[in-house]
Design a protein around this ligand. Sequence first.
Ligand SMILES: [Zn+2]
Length: 322
Amino acid sequence: MEEDSYAEIQVLETEEAAQDDLGVQPPSKCLSYSTGRFRNGATGLCNIGPTSCLNSLLQTLYMNKDFTGILCRIGDPDDNVRPDGQLPYELLALFEAMQNSKEDAVSPYQVLHCLQILRATVFAQNDVAEVFSTLLSLLLQTVPSPHLAEKMRALYTIPMEECVMCQRCSQQRITHKDRIAIPLQISHSKFHRNLTLERTLFRYFRSQETYEDRNPCPKCECSRVVKMTHLRSLPRTFSIHLKRLSRKNPLQKVNRTVSFPLVLDLLEVLDSEHLPRKEYSLVSWDDVKCTYGNTTFRWGLTACLLVYVQSEAATSDTKPPL
Ligand SMILES: [Zn+2]
């Protein structure tokens, strides 16, 4: 493939950079992505002990342009950065090494060293979702700007809402339960049926009748409830955790086939009641009249700029000159 065919894509969007006047340094460097592969081809990460799970996770972060776009904006570390605050800088240095390396693989040693300083238990864990949660949590703690930390958090956080409705009196209790990955339990099946991600996601979100013995209805104390989960909004990155450790025996892995699509269209998978609600605040003409300027009106607001748009009827009768 010719070198020219590797179109470089600026990781950062101009609009985002323009918004950043909140004390955040402008981007000092960007990673370059091609359409489908990297300029020097994919670069692996050396295993240093039992780190294959962490390395796979690092690769997914590296491939996520939104994530690296945020990370690139941390700037260079100054002399005051303590050893336990080096993680984002070493992660960016690793990604730059992956970007520029001519080797098949580079060493993530410095990132692992940072994690050891932070006493992260990512090496003992074999559950990639736990490693993901730990790593993201540490990054949010050590990214030098709260603004960038919030962007990073929003990139991966899936805002969710659980509604528990009493089956006797219909009293509803709504709880916000944000996650960084949707947990889908994969179970053994004596029928050896294959699963699809779409079907498993649908079952996770559907209404379920159950008992809340420890947390009965506060109004009538009935414990029979209907539980339903829905998405409050969708983040740019939507992660799904296929929980393949057996419930009965956590040391046993469930190797059941779960097929998943190249493109996941949630509109096709979930009912509209589980998807983010589109809430509109329609303003009536009576609402608008509250801005005439009388402070006793409901809003106490005064209109200062009136914008009239020529109606279609007017334009069809007497067309204005071009
Ligand atoms: Zn009730």
